[in-house]
Design a binder for this molecule. Structure first.
Ligand SMILES: Cc1cc2nc3c(=O)[nH]c(=O)nc-3n(C[C@H](O)[C@H](O)[C@H](O)COP(=O)(O)OP(=O)(O)OC[C@H]3O[C@@H](n4cnc5c(N)ncnc54)[C@H](O)[C@@H]3O)c2cc1C
Length: 355
């Protein structure tokens, strides 16, 4: 059976980002790479959005960039500006096409459906398939979004809505998220921060229809695309092995308080690429311990006090938006962290420190 220098398990966001980074930096000129991916065809299945706090390779896959956003709770709206770190949405269809077109030009890169088709004994493995043990106490970010199209101009495409908490919370944390791509097109998503032990929360079609028709007051529209998913707000099992590194969600690249993963995956890919010649001896890349600690406390508060969360999120965005964005994107300094922490209701957070 054929052997390869490197194997990437999972040709999704992290696997393809890494392969692309290695390819454009000429790290695969004299090395071979096998990508193991079971899907039979690549098509748009996700929209990756984030504040652009660092450069990435996919500006040409960006559907839309915004410099203004809102966060709201019932009867109150906070209008915020994010010109320093604009918010971007990457179309996964364009991302897959761009990367696959580039990778297929290199004869050293091969695709397989299953790892049993190759000999993996002597390869260095980058694994993006998470190992998740079912646990009913774990929190997830569950969501379902639809792209809709209207006949007449309806949306203000200069401003997106990050969180609209003016909706049924059902003892959990629930908000809607609206990304207007143009005056006639938008993504509308229902998002739950929940253990989701109760499947009745998954009446997503009904929630979205009700929100569009009775909250946005839009009656005439058609649905052109739908995406659904769940992001674990806990780290998957990570077994340290000499010749293997986990990447993507499996590699702990999700910021647990937000679910944002895309830009961390890009930074991880660049880190691996810089160190590829000495990868088995390179220190593991992690979201800094400071954010791991703060997110742990934040999620404990969320778990115990779901009813308070709309206000807590709303208040957090009362700080300078630039500071909040840096904090949520792992780029804040000590003083910026402090300014966010001071906006939080102290006694609840102190209590969460001691469980
Ligand atoms: C619908 C959705 C929307 C999201 N939106 C955002 C967002 O807006 N912003 C953000 O920052 N993050 C977002 N995320 C979180 C995160 O960025 C994505 O989940 C991202 O795709 C994670 O990349 P990944 O490579 O770890 O996993 P994936 O992209 O899921 O890739 C894993 C790959 O492994 C393959 N695979 C599965 N089983 C096997 C196997 N046994 N062997 C080999 N391969 C296998 C799968 O087919 C898949 O291609 C979103 C997640 C989802 C699900």
């Amino acid at each position: 059976m054929k052997e390869f220098d490197y194997i990437i398990i999972g040709g999704g966001c992290a696997g393809l980002s890494l392969a692309y980074e290695l390819e454009i930096n000429q790290k695969l000129r004299d090395k071979t790479l096998a990508i193991i991916e079971p899907r039979t065809e690549y098509k748009k299945d996700k929209t990756w959005s984030f504040w652009k706090v660092t450069n990435h390779n996919f500006d040409d896959c960006v559907k839309k960039t915004w410099k203004n956003f809102t966060v709201n709770i019932p009867k109150k709206t906070n209008h915020l500006e994010c010109g320093s770190y604009p918010y971007q949405s990457v179309d996964s269809g364009l991302f897959y096409e761009k990367i696959n077109n580039r990778l297929k030009e290199n004869k050293n890169i091969s695709f397989f459906k299953d790892i049993s088709e190759i000999n993996s004994k002597n390869s260095f493995i980058f694994n993006s398939v998470p190992s998740i043990k079912k646990n009913h106490l774990n929190l997830w970010q569950h969501f379902c979004g639809v792209e809709i199209e209207t006949q007449n101009d309806f949306f203000d495409d200069e401003i997106f809505n990050l969180m609209d908490f003016d909706c049924d919370q059902r003892e959990n944390v629930h908000f809607f998220y609206t990304l207007p791509y143009s005056k006639t097109k938008a993504l509308v998503e229902t998002t739950w921060l929940s253990k989701m032990n109760d499947d009745s929360q998954k009446d997503y079609d009904h929630q979205i229809k009700d929100y569009i028709e009775n909250h946005l007051n839009l009656k005439n529209y058609k649905i052109t695309y739908k995406e659904e998913g769940a992001i674990p707000l806990f780290y998957p099992i990570y077994q340290e092995t000499k010749n293997k590194i986990n990447i993507g969600t499996a590699g702990g690249m999700t910021r647990l308080s937000t679910g944002y993963t895309f830009l961390n995956i890009q930074e991880h890919s660049k880190y691996i690429c810089r160190n590829i010649e000495n990868i088995s001896k390179t220190k593991r890349f992690e979201i800094s311990k400071k954010y791991q600690f703060l997110d742990d406390i934040f999620l404990r508060v969320l778990n115990k006090n779901p009813k308070m969360m709309p206000n807590i999120f709303f208040k957090m965005f009362k700080s300078s938006p630039k500071t909040v964005i840096k904090f949520l994107s792992n780029k804040s300094n000590f003083l910026e962290d402090l300014s966010i922490i001071l906006k939080m209701p102290k006694w609840i957070f102190v209590k969460a420190l001691f469980r």
